[in-house]
Design a protein around this ligand. Structure first.
Ligand SMILES: Cc1cc2nc3c(=O)[nH]c(=O)nc-3n(C[C@H](O)[C@H](O)[C@H](O)COP(=O)(O)O)c2cc1C
Length: 141
């Protein structure tokens, strides 16, 4: 693969982190708004889950932009113990058109997607995390 090809390739990054104490949904809302703005500018798409004291986020886009954005996210004090789950090349986006989509407990989709209903992304394999996003889209649209 040439340098220009690898630069243009699509990558997917997934991580999980622990939500900072006292952080409520109004702060998550402002993170989503800011992410939507920045990610649209940077050609990134993705989704964020905020549940049971954890964040899990998937980001899709160019390798350099993903690395820069993840660097900012790592330094953000609104969460801690960031655990990188996957950083891999991929063939297509799952969240096309979404600068940052929020995935929450809508109807019974969450329970169906997690199986048990509990959300413990740091204990999940990369495969299970990917499966979570794929199944969520399939059920919630
Ligand atoms: C859980 C979480 C997810 C975030 N996701 C993104 C994101 O997708 N894109 C982004 O630009 N910033 C994201 N941020 C915010 C960054 O950490 C940082 O505050 C922001 O990029 C700074 O942008 P600004 O220079 O426009 O203020 C996230 C922060 C947290 C805590």
């Amino acid at each position: 693969m040439t340098e220009s090809n690898s630069r243009n390739s699509l990558y997917r990054l997934i991580y999980a982190s622990s939500v900072a104490p006292g952080l409520d949904f109004s702060i998550v809302k402002s993170i989503l708004e800011n992410s939507e703005k920045n990610n649209t500018r940077d050609g990134l798409t993705g989704a964020l889950v905020f549940e049971e004291g954890f964040f899990m986020q998937v980001l899709e886009g160019g390798r350099e932009q993903l690395t820069k954005t993840f660097g900012r996210i790592l330094r953000d004090e609104r969460h801690s113990q960031v655990c990188l789950i996957e950083f891999a090349s991929c063939l297509e986006r799952r969240f096309s058109g979404w600068g940052m989509r929020y995935l929450g407990r809508q109807e019974d989709v969450f329970e169906k997607v997690t199986g048990s209903g509990t959300f413990k992304p740091k204990d999940w394999t990369a495969e299970r995390c990917n499966d979570f996003f794929v199944r969520f889209i399939a059920l919630a649209g």
